[in-house]
Ligand binder design. Sequence first.
Ligand code: DHE
Length: 584
Amino acid sequence: MKPTPAIRRATLLTSAAVALGLAVTGVSAQEKPKDHADGPAAAYEPSMTTLGQIQVEIPGRKPGDPVMTPAEFQKATTMYFERCAGCHGVLRKGATGKALTPDLTRANGFEYLRDFINYGSPAGMPNWGTSGELTEDDVDLMARYLLLEPPAPPEYGMPEMRASWKVHVAPEDRPTEKMNDWDIDNLFSVTLRDAGQIALIDGASYEIKAVLDTGYAVHISRISASGRYLFVIGRDAKVNMIDLWMESPDTVAEIKVGSEARSVETSKMEGYEDKYAIAGAYWPPQYVIMDGDTLEPLKIKSTRGMIYDEQTYHPEPRVAAILSSHYRPEFIVNIKETGIIQLVDYSNIDALKFTDIEAERFLHDGGLDSSKRYFLTAANARNKVAVIDTKEGTLEALIETDGLTPHPGRGANIDHPTYGPVWATSHLGDDTVALIGTDPEGNPDNAWKMVQQLYAMGGGSLFVKTHPESEHLYVDAPLNPDAEVSGSVAVFKVADLAQEEPEYTVLPLVEWAGIAEGQPRVVQGEFNKDGNEIWFSVWNAADLQSAIVVVDDKTLELKHVIKDERLITPTGKFNVYNTRADVY
Ligand code: DHE
């Protein structure tokens, strides 16, 4: 009998567990509220830590308001922004979680709220009290807090941006040619998350050439089209612009574009190389287009507006991934909660043109296909991938990925032995990897269909990776609750994808890194420029040793381990050439 997908998946999971030397135990089918850390998807909800630092006042008192001191209100607001706002929204109007505005919370009352926070719900609300994450007093405080009007964090417009904007080295004082002997194209910018820094590491010698201060809980790096300027954004919405031509590359300009942010990109269209930069914010909900030489803020655009399908107003749609089109002078902006992918035509900065493409709600991350014409992006809480034709400026397809919470990073482009060019995404909520055909001209029967589903080590995957020179597909699982799974990476051989049930090899990278202390997680593979080695972060707690492990892509053997006391919480890695040329 041919096994059903569920049984097959269980078998594969079991073989993965055996490969990892794990004890395999039965899973209770009993539905119960999960601890927050149990579910990788829950653990990955945004934490508005910067907003949590903002000082707020208790909104005007109304009859029946619970009594609360200003200090209690401040504490509750910080807790709300750090733990609840990711799902329920900064203004409590709802996102992936329910709305918690006083008209609704008051109808349910204090006891209901207290019990809900304490015990959670099978629908996804964590059991904050019984899991021990919040004390009894905290749960009581949060239940009272939700009965009050929410505080609105401040807006952040042009005056605030200009006040934060600094040009440390004016363009005319910068070098006119590269002044160092670094191989810039094979340089890696490595996020040192909790240090608020990036490390610049040479791709050939593995030498840490520099460690530079950036924003708080720094998130991603992107490179200008010429490869000269590196842009880094912190969760506190600070953008650093680093000149890689200087004798000692350093920040030449900086700006803060809001209170909470995750994305930055630069113009890549022919004729507009290095001309503009753009950064998107979670709060306030907006993006800003900046001068590509100085970061001078030029135009701010709010993303507040109607949800594409319901046509109801959303007050805080966050800006998720931003990509630069290679076909038109446009930025492609994912507006998360309204489900709109906005194409921003920057050819005339004083008359910006916008195309609002209705896609799907909860847009998050994504990348281009191998031709660079199509943008594939996850609407992750809707288990879908939207495809934009960046040449025509239209929605090409909306694809169900048959997995829970697709999370591609920028995805991985493979030349599949059976289906031709495909793009891959793994999933946060389960062990599946979806392969989607991307070649409507050469392989029209497979285009925009999930042509194959792979089963990797387990849920909690964040990133897949390959390279045009590689014959492998790598799948991480950093948020898997099992330390041996989160400490390893699964590798599929591209040639094996022709089989019905391709097996994968497990590389135990934490073991290879020789780190025994803590529970480090293996996250985000990134290839070097030649595509013959792939780097993974071994991401440990800030006070424990982390590492970067370099794997030989041909042999799948350990090539090198980079350890250094400056490598604090390394996560994302961005090879200059691959990032600027969108090679993945
Ligand atoms: Fe990320 C990309 C948002 C947590 C590492 N992350 C992105 C992008 C968004 C985003 C919108 C796409 C940017 C783009 O392409 O323009 N990330 C968020 C969150 O909201 C979330 C879930 C929670 C939060 O509070 O921030 C979150 N991200 C994380 C992490 O915990 C990770 C694993 C470690 C870290 O450094 O914080 C993490 N995110 C990354 C990385 C990328 C990224 C490495 C870029 C991947 C790439 O290949 O381009």
